[in-house]
Design a protein around this ligand. Structure first.
Ligand SMILES: NC(=O)c1ccc[n+]([C@@H]2O[C@H](COP(=O)([O-])OP(=O)(O)OC[C@H]3O[C@@H](n4cnc5c(N)ncnc54)[C@H](OP(=O)(O)O)[C@@H]3O)[C@@H](O)[C@H]2O)c1
Length: 314
């Protein structure tokens, strides 16, 4: 099968088109013919050699990166009962995957813990954009922050791969949503229903927001988030490690979010998209090493808009 692989850790130009054997699914896995995959900042960290155990436990070169995918079930393991040949599915493979079993290829062997059927009305490209970014936001809004209607939430970094999901899920839950973004993202965020967009280059959110119930930090700025939070509010960060002092700031609940995606949550998220409550902003590129290089470089620039998706086949 065709893959986009690297032969050593390094810059985004390391990617090459490489022919490798198809992965063999275990009895608990399905083999999926990939139609699209999406790229996350953790892929960039993996390519740069910045990830450690458990991610890299089975890695060697050539290495096929990637966790998010959407495609069609091509083979079903003997113990798998809830998926059948030909099912349109999407999800994320386990964090610790084998070196040649990433999603930047034509096939991937996937467990069923984070696998769901693609509902009617959702394309492969759209479905591939949901797993890590969407699930991280969904888990943040519904589990970590447990947002309730009428609560006020600040999403730091509203225009990114996670942020665009987070602001819309928060709105769907009935929250008042403020977010930080560069000026070029203001119009998009307002169109998506965000109540207040703050250009963080000009104004600190701490200067204009007070007594918020919740903060979702996707950029690693816990200190600013804490200033916005009320004394018993909740802050969840996916991009920084709270210090002991930050964790003991009044009665605020401050924690790093370890996202636990599930098939049920994936299905709920897909439903939000199909019903128009969450709109997707995608940059879709064709299946080539140059496309993967471009998507990695975009993410490395730290100013992406939504998700970068690679379209593998129709
Ligand atoms: N813990 C977990 O489970 C988990 C899961 C997924 C991701 N993550 C981590 O979460 C982070 C975000 O992921 P992502 O996929 O959303 O990344 P991303 O798409 O690369 O995020 C880019 C966005 O960040 C914004 N940004 C950059 N600096 C900012 C700042 N100082 N203030 C406000 N916004 C800023 C940019 O907005 P502007 O262009 O508008 O400035 C851009 O839209 C990454 O560090 C990723 O590794 C963690």
């Amino acid at each position: 099968m065709k893959t986009i692989a690297i032969n050593q850790y390094g810059p985004a130009t390391e990617f090459n088109l490489l022919e490798l054997p198809k992965p063999t699914p275990t009895a608990d896995e399905v083999l999926v013919e990939i139609h699209a995959f999406s790229i996350n900042p953790m892929d960039v960290a993996g390519r740069q050699g910045q990830l450690g155990a458990p991610f890299t436990d089975q890695w060697s070169f050539p290495l096929v990166l990637g966790w998010d995918f959407a495609g069609v079930v091509a083979q079903v393991g003997a113990h798998v009962t809830n998926f059948a040949l030909g099912d349109r599915v999407f999800g994320a493979i386990a964090s610790a995957h084998a070196a040649t079993n990433g999603t930047y290829g034509e096939f991937v062997a996937a467990g069923t813990e984070e696998l769901a059927k693609i509902p009617a009305g959702l394309s492969f490209d759209q479905a591939a954009a949901l797993p890590i970014g969407g699930m991280t936001a969904y888990y943040g809004m519904t589990h970590s922050l447990d947002l309730q209607p009428g609560q006020k939430v600040l999403v730091q970094g509203g225009a990114g791969g996670v942020g665009l999901f987070a602001v819309q899920i928060a709105k769907a839950l009935g929250a008042y949503v403020a977010t930080t973004a560069s000026a070029n993202h203001r119009e998009l965020l307002m169109q998506l229903g965000v109540d207040q967009v703050i250009d963080y280059h000009e104004t600190s959110p701490a200067a204009v927001l007070h007594d918020f119930d919740a903060v979702f930090d996707t950029v690693g700025d816990i200190e600013t988030g804490l200033k916005v939070l009320k004394s018993d509010g909740k802050l969840s960060t996916i991009a920084g490690q709270p210090t002991p002092a930050q964790q003991h700031d009044q009665n605020k609940q401050v924690a790093f979010q370890f996202t636990q995606g599930s098939a049920a949550d994936l299905a709920a998220l897909a439903d939000l998209v199909v019903t128009g409550q969450v709109q997707l902003t995608l940059t879709t590129l064709p299946f080539s090493a140059a496309s993967v290089t471009q998507a990695h470089q975009t993410i490395e620039g730290h100013h992406t808009t939504g998700k970068q998706v690679i379209h593998v086949k129709d």
